[in-house]
Design a protein around this ligand. Sequence first.
Ligand SMILES: [Zn+2]
Length: 253
Amino acid sequence: MWTLDGSSNIPCWRAPRAPGGALLAFTTRRGGTSVAPFDTLNLGRSTADLPERITENRSRLLGSLAVPPDSLATAGQVHGARVVEASAPGHQPECDALLTTVSGLALAVTTADCMALLFTAPGAVVAAHAGWRGAAAGMPQAALAALRSRTGCGPADITVHIGPCIRGCCYEVGEEVSSRFPAATLRRVAGRARLDLPTAATISLREAGIPAHAIHDTGACTACESHWYFSHRRDAGATGRMWGVAVLGNTGT
Ligand SMILES: [Zn+2]
């Protein structure tokens, strides 16, 4: 379902958009104006990059998605599992997921190894951020529950999308992390555990009733592909940030 459109000036992962459907996208590090180590499409204001570069990068991205720059909603992202409903543009502190029923409002979550999870249902979308802390705290299930509660939709009406993130190929974790996750999410390499965040999210969502065919994963690892993605782990913290973006379509689906 997902394809990486590398031919655009702003290369992004894009999902097919049905007429009136939700716009979903995951950005890469390409297509922006920032210089190393934030090269080039750094979208994160929590970084030490020049603010004017971040503003320009955001403007370029939103323009390429045909989203007005004044219709953006962002989340504070504190590695928890709180979902906040956004009915207007702006920044929502102290939450890791945004839900909206407002057509045209662009929800964006920021990542550089953590998962961006995008959810769609008739009449609503959710953008959620979850690293290991968020996954352990139940962020995927919390986002799903909020979407179901707000829309009255059943699992069959919902789709979930997993963006580029660090995966079991690269994400070595200590016992304090691995002990919080089921064995199916872990692989052992030379006695050390590696955690696959998308598997953790998928297990949680499947247990909550989402069918496997409704979970769409880009399959991309941020740490593996330095030419495409920022990776907090690989770059020892000196790196940029990408976005997962969800915008509800005009017909509410
Ligand atoms: Zn990897």
